[in-house]
Design a protein around this ligand. Structure first.
Ligand code: CP
Length: 302
């Protein structure tokens, strides 16, 4: 579990009991979002080397809700990376200014374990290459936990599982919670190691699912790690995209989720986001409360 002064780079230390007590804390925060404050004058540094909307803005709002001061560096826009400074040095220099905590989004090449040991202040992983996105997995499962018992839930990951950091973090939680995991998509998107069921056709996958988690086709990662035969997004959308005409295979009691951002016409049509089974904007809203809870655990309350 996360405690004061600790980094959150993955979810390996969260036990079943930790996860459920974390969800209770998030529920309390959701009922009273302004009811908790951080230690006085805490400064939270948001440092993003990759693009983000939901994660960055929700960590920023979460920090403000807790009474922290926030410093934001979008390293792709106006930072000294453009002058040749390395990402490692960028983090070390921001850390030298002594914020209480750094929220960091970075690529796989940056070693966050080494960085956290070096800077000696808490780092929260806000999306780390393909390795993990812990706060996203927590907010997704919190959103589901609000609606149903997680144990024995059948969760279908749909799409680009191979390149998904979200799936990596989910797998750290799902088995501990008794969630049954399966995936659906073309062979190109199957990870080298996938010990769970894999559906090659959408209808069978949807019939299995209590919740379908559609994933963005991560085109920006395909060129870096090599997909054997990249499937073009049009063909993907034709075969695996969720649309009103194929959603009948999903039970009326099931849920539709997507961590965002959505490519309409590829992972799903816009109409599907308005389906009464869709939890997509509830995921986004819960992102604030989950990140409030993470910040307050890592920084300690007043
Ligand atoms: N889900 C998610 O991480 O979205 P952003 O990339 O917009 O933060």
């Amino acid at each position: 579990m996360l405690s004061s002064g600790m980094s959150l780079l993955d979810l390996s230390s969260f036990s079943n009991t930790d996860i459920l007590s974390f969800f209770e804390k998030v529920k309390e925060l959701k009922a009273n979002p302004g009811g908790q404050r951080l230690k006085k004058n805490a400064i939270v540094s948001l440092l993003f080397f990759e693009n983000s909307t939901r994660t960055r803005v929700s960590f920023e709002m979460a920090a403000y809700r807790l009474g922290a001061h926030v410093s934001v560096l979008d390293a792709n826009s106006g930072s000294s990376l453009a002058k040749g400074e390395s990402e490692w040095d960028t983090v070390i220099n921001v850390a030298a200014m002594n914020p209480e905590l750094i929220v960091l989004r970075a690529g796989d090449h940056l070693n966050l374990q080494d960085l956290a040991a070096k800077v000696r202040l808490p780092i929260i992983n806000a999306g780390w290459g393909q390795r993990g996105h812990p706060s996203q997995a927590l907010l997704d499962l919190f959103t589901l936990w609000e609606r149903r018992r997680l144990s024995k839930t059948r969760l279908l990951f749909l799409g680009d599982i191979r390149h998904s950091r979200v799936v990596a973090s989910h797998l750290e939680l799902c088995l501990k919670l008794g969630i049954e995991v399966a995936a659906c998509g073309p062979e190109e998107f199957r990870p080298d190691i996938w010990p769970h069921t894999w559906f090659l056709d959408l209808e069978s996958g949807l019939k299995f699912a209590d919740v379908v988690m559609a994933l963005r086709v991560q085109k920006e990662r395909h060129s870096k790690v090599g997909v054997t035969v990249p499937m073009d997004t049009f063909s993907y959308g034709e075969q695996f995209g969720l649309r009103t005409d194929n959603m009948g295979a999903l039970s009326s009691a099931s849920f539709i989720m997507h961590p965002g951002p959505i490519n309409y016409g590829v992972e799903m049509s816009e109409a599907v986001t308005h389906d009464e089974r869709s939890l997509i904007l509830q995921q986004v809203e819960n992102g604030i409360y989950v990140r409030q809870a993470l910040l307050s655990l890592a920084l300690g309350e007043d």
